[in-house]
Ligand binder design. Structure first.
Ligand SMILES: Nc1ncnc2c1ncn2[C@@H]1O[C@H](COP(=O)(O)OP(=O)(O)O)[C@@H](O)[C@H]1O
Ligand SMILES: [Mg+2]
Length: 167
Protein backbone atom coordinates (compact mmCIF):
# COMPACT_ATOMS: atom_id res chain seq x y z
CA UNK A 1 0.00 0.00 0.00
CA UNK A 2 1.40 3.37 -1.02
CA UNK A 3 0.40 5.39 2.02
CA UNK A 4 3.43 7.69 2.28
CA UNK A 5 1.97 10.57 0.21
CA UNK A 6 -1.08 10.60 2.51
CA UNK A 7 0.84 11.21 5.73
CA UNK A 8 1.65 14.79 4.68
CA UNK A 9 -1.93 15.72 3.76
CA UNK A 10 -4.12 17.95 5.96
CA UNK A 11 -7.21 15.81 5.34
CA UNK A 12 -7.42 12.09 4.63
CA UNK A 13 -10.89 10.72 3.81
CA UNK A 14 -11.16 6.96 4.38
CA UNK A 15 -14.34 5.65 2.79
CA UNK A 16 -16.08 2.41 1.82
CA UNK A 17 -19.11 0.29 2.65
CA UNK A 18 -20.13 -0.36 6.27
CA UNK A 19 -17.80 -3.04 7.74
CA UNK A 20 -15.33 -2.62 4.86
CA UNK A 21 -12.70 -2.02 7.57
CA UNK A 22 -12.44 1.81 7.62
CA UNK A 23 -12.10 2.26 11.38
CA UNK A 24 -9.74 -0.73 11.72
CA UNK A 25 -7.59 0.56 8.83
CA UNK A 26 -7.61 4.15 10.09
CA UNK A 27 -6.51 3.17 13.59
CA UNK A 28 -3.82 0.88 12.20
CA UNK A 29 -2.24 3.29 9.72
CA UNK A 30 -3.20 6.86 10.66
CA UNK A 31 -3.18 7.01 14.44
CA UNK A 32 0.14 8.86 14.28
CA UNK A 33 1.66 12.34 14.09
CA UNK A 34 -1.19 13.72 16.23
CA UNK A 35 -3.73 13.33 13.41
CA UNK A 36 -7.33 13.72 14.69
CA UNK A 37 -10.15 11.40 13.67
CA UNK A 38 -13.65 12.62 12.81
CA UNK A 39 -16.44 10.04 12.58
CA UNK A 40 -20.18 10.56 12.11
CA UNK A 41 -21.11 7.44 14.04
CA UNK A 42 -19.39 8.82 17.15
CA UNK A 43 -21.24 12.15 16.68
CA UNK A 44 -24.57 10.26 16.45
CA UNK A 45 -23.67 8.34 19.58
CA UNK A 46 -22.70 11.47 21.54
CA UNK A 47 -25.80 13.42 20.49
CA UNK A 48 -28.10 10.56 21.41
CA UNK A 49 -26.51 9.92 24.80
CA UNK A 50 -26.47 13.60 25.66
CA UNK A 51 -30.06 14.34 24.70
CA UNK A 52 -31.50 11.20 26.35
CA UNK A 53 -29.75 11.72 29.70
CA UNK A 54 -27.30 8.91 29.04
CA UNK A 55 -29.18 6.23 27.12
CA UNK A 56 -26.69 4.07 25.22
CA UNK A 57 -26.73 4.39 21.41
CA UNK A 58 -26.66 1.57 18.90
CA UNK A 59 -27.24 1.21 15.14
CA UNK A 60 -30.90 0.26 15.70
CA UNK A 61 -31.50 3.83 16.98
CA UNK A 62 -30.29 5.41 13.71
CA UNK A 63 -32.70 8.23 12.82
CA UNK A 64 -32.29 9.90 9.43
CA UNK A 65 -34.00 12.98 10.90
CA UNK A 66 -30.85 13.63 12.96
CA UNK A 67 -28.49 13.54 9.99
CA UNK A 68 -28.71 17.27 9.19
CA UNK A 69 -27.46 18.09 12.69
CA UNK A 70 -24.86 15.31 12.56
CA UNK A 71 -23.43 16.72 9.32
CA UNK A 72 -23.48 20.27 10.72
CA UNK A 73 -21.56 19.21 13.85
CA UNK A 74 -19.12 17.19 11.74
CA UNK A 75 -18.43 20.21 9.56
CA UNK A 76 -17.87 22.52 12.53
CA UNK A 77 -15.45 20.04 14.13
CA UNK A 78 -13.58 19.64 10.86
CA UNK A 79 -13.30 23.40 10.32
CA UNK A 80 -12.25 23.95 13.93
CA UNK A 81 -9.47 21.36 13.72
CA UNK A 82 -8.22 22.62 10.36
CA UNK A 83 -8.25 26.24 11.58
CA UNK A 84 -6.04 25.09 14.44
CA UNK A 85 -3.57 23.66 11.93
CA UNK A 86 -4.28 20.04 12.80
CA UNK A 87 -4.26 17.08 10.47
CA UNK A 88 -7.55 15.23 10.23
CA UNK A 89 -8.77 11.80 9.18
CA UNK A 90 -12.44 11.52 8.20
CA UNK A 91 -13.74 7.98 8.68
CA UNK A 92 -17.05 7.87 6.82
CA UNK A 93 -18.79 5.65 4.26
CA UNK A 94 -18.92 8.42 1.57
CA UNK A 95 -19.42 5.93 -1.26
CA UNK A 96 -20.83 8.46 -3.74
CA UNK A 97 -19.24 11.41 -5.53
CA UNK A 98 -21.88 13.73 -4.02
CA UNK A 99 -21.13 12.60 -0.46
CA UNK A 100 -17.41 13.33 -0.94
CA UNK A 101 -17.88 16.72 -2.59
CA UNK A 102 -18.43 18.74 0.59
CA UNK A 103 -15.13 17.50 2.04
CA UNK A 104 -13.25 18.61 -1.08
CA UNK A 105 -15.01 21.99 -0.94
CA UNK A 106 -14.15 22.56 2.74
CA UNK A 107 -10.50 21.66 2.13
CA UNK A 108 -10.28 23.93 -0.93
CA UNK A 109 -11.95 26.87 0.84
CA UNK A 110 -9.46 26.53 3.69
CA UNK A 111 -6.46 26.02 1.37
CA UNK A 112 -5.82 22.57 2.80
CA UNK A 113 -4.66 19.41 1.00
CA UNK A 114 -7.00 16.41 0.86
CA UNK A 115 -6.70 12.79 -0.24
CA UNK A 116 -9.10 9.88 -0.45
CA UNK A 117 -8.54 6.21 0.35
CA UNK A 118 -11.37 3.93 -0.77
CA UNK A 119 -11.63 0.48 0.80
CA UNK A 120 -13.16 -1.51 -2.04
CA UNK A 121 -13.68 -4.57 0.16
CA UNK A 122 -15.98 -7.13 -1.56
CA UNK A 123 -19.65 -6.84 -0.57
CA UNK A 124 -19.66 -10.45 0.66
CA UNK A 125 -16.79 -9.74 3.07
CA UNK A 126 -18.53 -6.60 4.38
CA UNK A 127 -21.73 -8.55 5.05
CA UNK A 128 -19.79 -11.33 6.80
CA UNK A 129 -17.87 -8.88 9.01
CA UNK A 130 -21.03 -6.90 9.73
CA UNK A 131 -22.86 -10.02 10.94
CA UNK A 132 -20.14 -10.59 13.53
CA UNK A 133 -20.72 -7.22 15.18
CA UNK A 134 -22.76 -6.68 18.33
CA UNK A 135 -25.05 -4.22 16.56
CA UNK A 136 -24.98 -4.98 12.83
CA UNK A 137 -26.15 -2.50 10.22
CA UNK A 138 -29.13 -4.07 8.31
CA UNK A 139 -27.72 -6.08 5.37
CA UNK A 140 -30.11 -4.28 3.04
CA UNK A 141 -28.43 -0.96 3.95
CA UNK A 142 -25.05 -2.35 2.86
CA UNK A 143 -26.48 -3.80 -0.36
CA UNK A 144 -28.22 -0.49 -1.20
CA UNK A 145 -25.01 1.46 -0.63
CA UNK A 146 -23.06 -1.01 -2.78
CA UNK A 147 -25.49 -0.38 -5.64
CA UNK A 148 -25.01 3.39 -5.40
CA UNK A 149 -21.24 3.09 -4.85
CA UNK A 150 -19.03 5.25 -7.08
CA UNK A 151 -15.32 4.56 -6.79
CA UNK A 152 -13.35 7.83 -6.52
CA UNK A 153 -11.70 9.02 -9.71
CA UNK A 154 -9.24 11.78 -10.53
CA UNK A 155 -11.31 14.84 -11.39
CA UNK A 156 -13.17 14.81 -8.07
CA UNK A 157 -10.55 17.23 -6.76
CA UNK A 158 -8.47 15.10 -4.41
CA UNK A 159 -4.70 15.63 -4.25
CA UNK A 160 -4.11 11.92 -3.70
CA UNK A 161 -6.29 8.92 -4.48
CA UNK A 162 -5.85 5.27 -3.49
CA UNK A 163 -8.22 2.35 -4.03
CA UNK A 164 -7.55 -0.69 -1.86
CA UNK A 165 -9.11 -3.82 -3.35
CA UNK A 166 -8.86 -6.20 -0.42
CA UNK A 167 -8.40 -5.02 3.12
N1 LIG B 1 -8.48 -6.48 7.40
C1 LIG B 1 -9.34 -7.05 8.25
N2 LIG B 1 -9.28 -8.37 8.48
C2 LIG B 1 -10.13 -8.97 9.32
N3 LIG B 1 -11.10 -8.34 10.01
C3 LIG B 1 -11.22 -7.01 9.82
C4 LIG B 1 -10.35 -6.32 8.94
N4 LIG B 1 -10.72 -5.01 8.94
C5 LIG B 1 -11.75 -4.93 9.78
N5 LIG B 1 -12.04 -6.11 10.33
C6 LIG B 1 -13.14 -6.39 11.28
O1 LIG B 1 -14.36 -6.20 10.58
C7 LIG B 1 -15.28 -5.47 11.38
C8 LIG B 1 -15.64 -4.19 10.67
O2 LIG B 1 -14.49 -3.35 10.60
P1 LIG B 1 -14.61 -1.79 10.86
O3 LIG B 1 -13.22 -1.24 10.77
O4 LIG B 1 -15.36 -1.53 12.11
O5 LIG B 1 -15.47 -1.37 9.58
P2 LIG B 1 -16.07 0.06 9.19
O6 LIG B 1 -15.41 1.08 10.07
O7 LIG B 1 -15.73 0.21 7.73
O8 LIG B 1 -17.54 -0.04 9.39
C9 LIG B 1 -14.62 -5.26 12.73
O9 LIG B 1 -15.04 -6.27 13.60
C10 LIG B 1 -13.14 -5.39 12.42
O10 LIG B 1 -12.41 -5.83 13.53
MG1 LIG C 1 -16.29 2.36 11.51
Amino acid sequence: MKLDPFYDLDVVLVCGLPASGKSHFSRGYFNRDGRKRVNRKEIRRSLHQMTTFGEAWNEALFDSGDEGLVKHVERRILEHLLHGGQKVLIDNTSVTVASRKSYVQIARQMHKSIGVIFLNTPLKTCIQRNSGRDFPVPDVAIVNLSVSQQIPRSGEGFDELLIIGEY
